[in-house]
Design a binder for this molecule. Structure first.
Ligand SMILES: CC(C)(COP(=O)(O)OP(=O)(O)OC[C@H]1O[C@@H](n2cnc3c(N)ncnc32)[C@H](O)[C@@H]1OP(=O)(O)O)[C@@H](O)C(=O)NCCC(=O)NCCS
Length: 283
């Protein structure tokens, strides 16, 4: 999951590079020749720069992680590209300074320093991809469409469902869950290119279709997106000849479905560790 991945890299990176800063202070404090002697000046400079760049890049990961979780996130393809570039820059820039300071050649830093310009270019590219991917104005209007299984949009749907439905319960999907989804209909609601809500339709036989894993991005909940997507799914189901929509509603979501005309039936039961109840509506 991309936003969490960058938040993790960011905070662990901060821990590493702030600790490195303390180590440098200690080398200074204890007047270690390896660090303070005049001939080791390039090492002092390079390692300070490794500390500074590592810390700043870690902060950039935190900011990028927060951006990816917000409504201003760049489209999935740009986000994935920027993510790879940012990770590469985080290895190359501080890594280059670190290596350059580790092995000195006379009064010059070691060959490792050659990684630095490469890292700088990678960082520029990452920042450019992020800047270009930001939305031009207010969030675009919601569009609804079917998603092809295993497409980048499907990957976004998988991540959104993980984030909204599973992670808050401390659950991970089972190993075969993805394969099982290949035969289902996947629908998405988009603001511009950003997926903000998703659900799946599962043919359960007898003219009935089951709506599964309805998830709206946290920051877009209670803004009407869920209603639009469910209505769209009913239209899709009707077009495919289904006569009844059924679903397992979380207890907390029952008022949402009732408002849309669904009715509960049968006894409540526990699914994914929380109370659910079956609901249905004639299409
Ligand atoms: C439940 C969910 C799908 C609803 O989608 P949504 O886009 O937030 O809902 P909408 O904005 O279209 O809501 C329309 C109305 O439904 C009702 N409603 C929606 N969510 C509700 C909730 N959690 N509790 C009570 N009523 C709710 C409200 O009457 C709401 O109108 P209001 O905001 O003017 O009061 C969405 O909030 C979500 O993804 N929640 C977390 C995951 C989840 O529970 N999924 C359902 C699994 S069965």
């Amino acid at each position: 999951m991309l936003p969490l991945r960058h938040l993790r890299i960011g905070f662990w990176g901060l821990l590493v590079f702030l600790t490195f800063g303390v180590v440098l202070e200690a080398l200074h404090g204890f007047k270690i020749g390896l660090y303070l002697d005049v001939e080791n000046e390039p090492r002092r400079l390079a390692w300070r720069l490794a500390h500074a760049h590592g810390t700043l890049l870690s902060l950039l990961h935190v900011v990028f992680g927060l951006l990816l979780g917000s409504r201003y996130a760049p489209p999935a393809a740009a986000a994935a590209r920027a993510s790879r570039l940012l990770v590469a820059a985080t290895l190359l820039l501080p890594g280059g300074f670190l290596l350059g300071g580790l092995f000195l050649h006379g009064g010059d830093p070691g060959l490792g320093i050659l990684l630095v310009p490469l890292g700088a270019l990678t960082l520029f590219a990452a920042v450019f991809v992020i800047a270009r991917g930001l939305p031009a104005g207010a969030p675009a209007k919601v569009t609804l469409r079917e998603l092809a299984f295993a497409s980048p949009e499907y990957e976004d749907s998988w991540q959104l469902r993980l984030r909204v439905l599973r992670e808050p319960l401390g659950l991970r999907p089972g190993p075969h869950e993805r394969d099982e989804e290949s035969g289902l209909v996947h629908l998405g609601a988009f603001e511009g290119e950003r997926l903000v809500a998703t659900l799946m339709l599962h043919d359960v036989g007898g003219g009935r279709v089951r709506m599964r894993q309805v998830a709206v991005a946290f920051e877009r909940q209670r803004s009407g997106v869920g209603t639009k997507l469910v209505r769209f799914s009913e239209e899709v189901a009707r077009r495919r000849g289904f006569r009844e929509m059924v679903l397992h509603a979380r207890e907390t979501a029952v008022p949402f479905y009732e408002r849309l005309g669904y009715q509960t039936y049968g006894e409540p039961f526990v699914e994914v560790t929380i109370p659910h109840i079956a609901m249905r509506m004639t299409l």
